[in-house]
Write a protein of this length. Structure first.
Lengths: 263, 406
């Protein structure tokens, strides 16, 4: 049973998509990230993805790169991640961690799963780990009852979508564009087609991310996705302060409740 | 045995050399590396591809490269005989052209029009820009901003050849960050773009195909040393950053158990200083740029910055097959410092009239040590992977060559 099932079933019961917000732990500071993540939840995020700042974030655009560098320069350590997860979870928030794979390998795959679970985290999103290489993670996540969220992309073949879906638990993360993270003006036309293809292989919820920054975009994605994922826009807001975070959260939360069919 | 014949040392079909290699990379790029692997499998047995590749190596790159004995240099290496595999004499001045011509032909076979590449010292960037000019491909080179400064002549060469050079201003602003930026470009433009990776690292099939395109170095060297010295060498030495020139020459001798395969790593200011790039000597297992291999990282798994006077070796990772060869014991690896490399750089210049690349000078410094341990009966082959013209700025500064009486 997925730990994230309630996130999607509650949203579905309300006839809307779930809102999923991303922020790196330690940005702008460790305590600052905790209060920003809480503000994201209070203003309407059904789930937060807590990023682990990494030295070589190849899937991230400039906004998240700079945030990760800021956190690392300020002395962020992996152990701080579990404190941030714990602070969010103990205040009632639902959290998963999003991380590049090398820090998990270095920490120890089973130890990472154990400490994430005991901090109250519900799962892990792994942008540079494909199921083909994930044997140790599948074992550890099962042992510690964590969801595992792999990614699919517009370039994924049917065979790979099927493999990724059958290896995932919780939801599938569909990247709406071929590219790195970062706010964009328009929602990619590739996203609806990718979600349609994914649904031929699984009944698991599908979250769509990359490039979303406005309520209108969230509304558009909510018309075909089960979850709308917003990253860089929250990072930008968090650098302006908690009011900006709350304002963005409220706008996006309204967006996922106004699903519109794109013209 | 041909350059593209499968060997018992090949990775499994998912690119694993034992626990090393594989594909630790975004799903968005899997389709592209699958396409590349499939194209390479077809090409390696396609006579028309092999003819065209071998024709370019011969008539454009200038192969076979010479094997030159270096007796006056060898006098400093314990009197052992030292032969230099002259990859510096290839067109564009380094071994890089072998791989670049092969991958550029694959790019054309895949119907892609645009090539991106990373470069450290600029050798791979210049070679890539050259192949793109030759084959009419658009070319974008990512180069760390620090490296664009210490290798400004190569930046000019690439631009003259028609490439766009993009200085990378993130992270340590060196080779590692240039690869990150190239990967970001690739994921956004993968439909029409081939990432022409310059070393035997990265996700499968890059370590396999880059190695195979460089196997010609070892195949030639083995035949040449048998002709010139009448026997196999005691050791073959090459510098190791990512490890492409080393893996290419090693493979010519890998099935000759009497031949020691020795990779020389950039020791920077010395291992104790922490400022070095000796990934195999001092690194730990991790995933970087798509493969499991030894990497330089801190206890949190953050990749640490490498340091080397040589931009081409200034990399905190290494190709996965080298990790395999280290663990199996078939190859051995040790570092030499910046100072030792620069001493060998000057020594070869003055004794033999050959100015090596600073990268290759690491292998030469290693040969001085190994030669001294073997003594006069020793026989060494050193891969002189590139020429040193590009390094004159560094040399001027190191030796004070701009002063009279230098």
């Amino acid at each position: 049973m997925s730990r994230l099932a309630p996130v999607f079933s509650q949203a579905a019961a309300e006839g809307r998509a779930a809102l999923i917000g991303y922020l790196p732990a330690g940005f702008p500071t460790v305590p600052g990230s905790v209060s920003a993540l809480k503000a994201m939840i209070e203003s309407g995020c059904d789930l937060v993805e807590i990023g682990l700042p990494y030295s070589d974030p190849v899937m991230d655009g400039p906004t998240i790169q700079v945030a990760a560098e800021t956190a690392l320069r300020a002395g962020f350590r992996v152990r701080d991640l579990f404190d941030v997860v714990s602070a969010v979870a103990s205040s009632g928030g639902r959290a998963v961690v999003m991380t590049y794979w090398n820090p998990v390998l270095r920490y120890g795959v089973d130890a990472f799963a154990r400490d994430l679970a005991s901090a109250g985290g519900l799962g892990l999103i792994t942008p540079d780990l494909v199921p083909d290489e994930a044997e140790s993670w599948i074992t550890a996540s099962s042992a510690h009852d964590l969801d595992r969220i792999f990614l699919v992309a517009p370039s994924s073949t049917e065979e790979r979508i099927a493999l990724t879906a059958s290896s995932s638990r919780g939801f599938l993360y569909a990247t709406s564009v071929m590219g790195v993270t970062g706010a964009r003006d328009v929602v990619s036309s590739a996203a609806p087609e990718l979600v349609r293809r994914v649904r031929e292989h699984t009944s698991m919820p599908v979250g769509v991310g990359l490039g979303v920054r406005s309520g209108a975009q969230a509304a558009e994605l909510a018309s075909f996705a089960d979850g709308v994922i917003v990253g860089s826009a929250f990072v930008t807001a968090a650098s302006s302060g908690e009011d900006a975070v709350r304002a963005l959260g409220a706008e996006l939360a309204a967006g996922v409740r106004q699903a519109v069919t794109p013209a | 045995m041909g350059q593209f014949t499968p060997t018992p040392h090949d990775p499994d079909e998912r690119g694993h050399f034992g626990p090393w290699g594989g594909r630790f990379m975004p799903e968005a790029l899997i389709a592209a590396v699958d396409e590349l692997a499939a194209e390479y499998e077809k090409a390696r047995t396609d006579p028309s591809f092999l003819d065209e590749f071998n024709g370019l190596l011969k008539d454009y790159a200038g192969r076979p490269s010479l094997l030159t004995e270096a007796p006056k240099f060898a006098a400093h290496a314990g009197g052992a005989r030292v032969f230099l595999k002259r990859e510096d004499l290839n067109h564009t001045g380094s071994h890089k052209i072998n791989n670049v011509l092969g991958q550029a032909l694959l790019t054309r076979r895949m119907g892609k029009k645009r090539v991106i590449a990373e470069t450290g010292a600029g050798q791979h960037g210049v070679a890539t820009a050259t192949a793109c000019a030759l084959l009419g491909l658009d070319c974008v080179i990512y180069m760390g901003e620090v490296d664009t400064q210490r290798q400004s002549l190569n930046v000019a060469r690439m631009r003259l050849l028609g490439a766009e050079v993009i200085p990378v201003k993130t992270g340590s602003r060196t080779l590692k960050d240039a690869i990150n930026e190239a990967l970001r470009d690739w994921v956004a433009n993968v439909d029409d773009t081939h990432y022409l990776l310059g070393t035997a690292a990265g996700p499968h099939p890059f370590p396999l195909l880059v190695r195979d395109f460089h196997r010609v170095i070892g195949i030639e060297a083995r035949s040449q040393i048998l002709t010139k010295a009448g026997r196999l060498p005691d050791a073959v030495l090459a510098c190791v950053g990512g490890g492409s020139n080393a893996i290419g020459i090693f493979h010519g001798f890998i099935d000759d158990p009497s031949v020691r395969l020795i990779g020389v790593e950039p020791g920077g200011d010395g291992l104790d200083s922490g400022r070095h790039g000796a990934t195999l000597t001092a690194g730990t297992p991790g995933s970087l740029h798509g493969a499991m291999s030894y990497v330089m990282q801190d206890e949190d798994g953050q990749i640490t910055e490498a340091h080397s006077i040589s931009a081409g070796l200034d990399y905190p990772g290494v190709g996965p097959e080298h990790s395999f060869l280290k663990d199996s014991g078939r190859a051995e690896y040790f570092p030499v410092t910046d100072a030792e490399a620069m001493e060998a750089f000057a020594l070869l210049s003055r004794t033999e009239g050959i100015i090596p690349a600073i990268e290759s000078a690491h292998a030469l410094a290693g040969a001085l040590k190994v030669g001294q341990s073997l003594g006069p009966s020793g026989l060494l082959v050193v891969n002189l992977s590139g020429r040193g013209d590009k390094d004159m700025g560094t040399a001027v500064e190191w030796f004070g060559l701009d002063k009279e009486n230098a």
